[in-house]
Design a protein around this ligand. Structure first.
Ligand SMILES: N[C@@H](CCOP(=O)(O)O)C(=O)O
Length: 470
């Protein structure tokens, strides 16, 4: 399996180089040259596997022998050994034809752990095998940061710096990131939005001299390994639902801001998983919803919402989808992305819009609807949704036909967003790991969202005492 850039100027690199490169050196995103196809017989055989066995099968297609079988199995075992649920990502039936896929049983109570426990161990493995330096920079709207830090903290040869928007993440998200006291971890709270942080990260990666000098690595979903690890739970959910229901295909409703999680579902579908509708659930920051409905991709005004992890205007993985929408033509992708840079918007033609509507449905939750959905499901089913999952459920209610079976991705535990849960007059019990955070000191620096200031901080952090790789 080889990987190429959506913009055509990186070709035929292997899996480990793809992980290390993060953002493609031509500014595009890395994708597999060919998407592996899984036959119906193979799917049948996979349906009986444990989560870890399934992860091995799926990830193997993409690693393609670059990591020996026993070592890859060990990486996977280690990554999911940290989860609190034996099934890793269990499926719960909430109503007839309506399930949730609980992705929050990892160390930081968010779906990001599924990929970042794996990526953290993978980086550590690569560092030990090859001696390369792993200096991670990432941007977060709340969940990726804590999960990435948890994935790499204490691992030799790895340093990490996370940018988060100051005052725009939940209290628990902030504490999860900033109570980690470790010389390899730097938390920068930027005076700006997640989009500012994501733009800065992409600009740093595009500065190849800086990227190479400081060995920058990505943990955001611009890194293909993130998408890959996230495809596994779509397969797992399908097999779990198929055990109790006769289904020909399954719809998924996916709360998404950066388009990574839904893109993983799109990839699973293209690999051969019988996925029906992929429902994009957003909040008032609804660029994705507007694109899927009208074919125009144009950032709107930033809004702080009850679901802060999705407070995103420009979705990183959108370019990966564009690549497939534009018939895998890198010149066309480059032209469209150049147009986006110069004009601030992209518009697809009618035929392409038909294709988009065939691939996705979308719904953007406005205002109190998020809280009302939490209250309604708590009252009717006793299931407590976090505000992002609530957007997913509201989108399911709007876009799913009642005869179709749908799984909504429960992307985080409600304890991470008590600010919203309290507004519903619901008192929840915090898991002990979250309770403990409130007594700890915090370590963070507040900075302007400007490249120079962040570059200075990174230079200092990444030049600090060398971290030994054993
Ligand atoms: N919602 C994310 C934003 C970053 O997305 P990623 O999937 O590219 O890491 C967050 O919680 O940080």
């Amino acid at each position: 399996m080889k990987y190429i850039s959506t913009r055509g100027n990186v070709s035929k690199i292997g899996f480990i180089d793809t992980v290390l490169m993060g953002l493609a050196t031509d500014g595009g995103l890395l994708v597999p040259e060919k998407i592996p196809q899984i036959s119906a017989e193979k799917l049948q055989a996979m349906s009986q596997l444990t989560y870890q066995e399934l992860a091995y099968e799926i990830i193997s297609y993409y690693v393609d022998g670059e990591i020996p079988e026993n070592e890859l199995k060990e990486l996977i075992e280690k990554s999911y050994g940290t989860f609190r649920h034996s099934e890793v990502t269990p499926v719960q039936k909430v109503k007839d034809n309506m399930y949730v896929l609980e992705l929050f049983h990892g160390p930081t109570f968010a779906f990001k752990d599924v990929a970042l426990q794996f990526l953290g161990n993978l980086y550590s493995y690569i560092a030990k095998k090859t001696g390369v330096t792993i200096n991670i920079v990432g941007a977060t709207s709340g969940d990726t940061g804590a999960s990435a830090i948890e994935g790499v903290r204490g691992k030799e040869g790895i340093r990490i710096c996370i940018l988060h928007p100051h005052g725009k993440v939940s209290k628990v998200q902030e504490l999860q990131m900033t109570t980690v006291h470790d010389e390899s971890v730097l938390n920068l709270a930027i005076k700006g939005t997640f989009d500012d942080g994501q733009r800065i990260i992409k600009e740093l990666f595009a500065d190849l001299e800086f990227k190479n000098k400081y060995h920058l690595r990505a943990i955001n979903s611009i890194n293909f390994a993130r998408i890959l690890a996230q495809t596994v739970y779509y397969f797992y959910a399908y097999f779990q639902v198929a055990k109790e229901k006769d289904i020909n295909s399954l719809n998924f409703s996916v709360p998404t801001g950066n388009f990574g999680d839904i893109f993983a579902g799109y990839l699973a579908k293209r690999m051969g998983l019988p996925v029906g509708k992929l429902i994009v659930a957003t909040n008032e920051n609804n660029i994705l919803e507007r694109f899927i409905k009208d074919g125009v991709y144009q950032p709107g005004e930033f809004r702080s919402t009850y679901s802060p992890s999705m407070d995103i205007q420009v979705a990183s993985n959108f370019e990966r989808y564009l690549y497939y929408l534009l018939d895998e033509n890198p010149e066309a992708v480059t032209a469209v992305m150049d147009q986006f840079k110069s004009e601030g918007k992209i518009a697809v033609n009618e035929e392409q819009l038909r294709q988009v509507k065939g691939d996705f449905a979308a719904y953007g939750v406005e205002g109190e609807e998020c809280l009302n959905t939490i209250s309604k499901y708590y009252a009717e089913t006793n299931y407590l949704l976090d505000p992002h999952t609530s957007c997913g459920v509201a989108a399911y209610e709007t876009c799913n036909d009642s005869s179709e079976v749908c799984v909504t991705l429960a992307t985080a535990h409600p304890a991470k967003f008590n600010e919203s849960i309290e507004r519903c007059d619901i008192e929840q019990t915090f898991p002990e790991q979250i309770n403990q955070l409130f007594d700890k000191p915090q370590y963070l620096e507040v900075v302007e969202a400007v490249n120079d200031e962040i570059v200075r901080k990174l230079e200092k952090h990444f030049s600090s005492s060398p971290l030994n790789v054993k």
